[in-house]
Ligand binder design. Structure first.
Ligand code: HPA
Length: 246
């Protein structure tokens, strides 16, 4: 049976509790080992694969995640649609803590990460990336959210930073000038690699805090981040089930 949907969980989302008859599969890829096993199971009638991006014990910081192996393993498992859950900070009005958003653009500020499957051999891989999130899949995600009664902001620009430290106020002010609404550390190179593999890919950003200098931002703590992610994720099981069904 095909995989109807693959889900990559970010900070604070380490499993899909509603998954039934779960089988764990450990993949080796030409790019090394993924962050952990794929948990493949059933959500209703649909087969869904889940991968914890940072590992299930959150041992991998954003700059150490093997994004190439992760996406390759999902494709090896037979996935064609990948829902990326990304914990983020909010920069602009409308993107405050506990908001869920489905960005339609991104700016990449990361560096030094393996960002392509093309190592200079074989045919050049200059994929079109004008619209980094698959438009049709974004629409499916938004429709699934509506059907599940989960409020999701349609659109926004995700700025991917290197981390693992959080940003300075000046860095966030620059990102705001660049047009970013959200800031996270894991959106790239993941989205670009998904495009290289021809996977449908969309991001559901979970706003955990105001980014530095925004809103009523104070010192950002992991407790605050995890508390807001848990609260914002309440509707995720229904949303994912709807998306897997469609
Ligand atoms: N910046 C970058 N990544 C993040 C943040 C942030 O403020 N919050 C959660 N992930």
């Amino acid at each position: 049976m095909d995989i109807a949907l693959a889900v990559i969980g970010g900070t604070g989302v380490y499993r899909l509790a509603a998954l039934e008859d779960v089988e764990s599969r450990y993949f080796e890829t030409p790019y090394g080992a993924p962050s952990g096993p794929l948990r493949i199971g059933r959500l209703g009638q649909a087969r869904v694969a889940f991968l914890a991006r940072h590992g299930e014990g959150h041992a991998l910081p954003p700059h150490r995640v093997n994004y190439r192996a992760n996406l390759h393993s999902l494709r090896q498992a037979g996935a064609t649609r990948v829902l990326a859950l990304n914990t983020v900070g909010g920069i602009t009005d409308g993107y405050g803590p506990r908001v869920l958003a489905c960005p339609d653009q991104l700016v990449d500020y990361t560096w030094g990460r393996e960002s392509s499957f093309w190592d200079g051999e074989g045919e050049a891989l200059h994929v079109d990336f004008s619209h980094p999130y698959t438009p049709a899949f974004r629409h499916q995600l938004l429709a699934a959210a509506q059907a599940a009664g989960v409020q999701v902001v349609d659109g926004g620009c995700y700025g991917a930073t290197q981390g693992p430290r959080l940003e300075t106020c000046a860095e966030i002010a620059r990102m705001r000038r660049d047009g970013c609404d959200l800031v996270g550390m894991t959106g790239m190179p993941e989205a670009g690699l998904a495009r290289e593999l021809g996977l449908d890919y969309a991001c559901l950003a979970i706003v955990a805090n105001w980014a530095a200098g925004c809103g009523d931002a104070r010192e950002i703590t992991l407790d605050e981040v995890l508390e807001n992610v848990a609260a914002a994720s309440a509707g995720l099981p229904q949303l994912v089930a709807e998306l897997a069904r469609g």
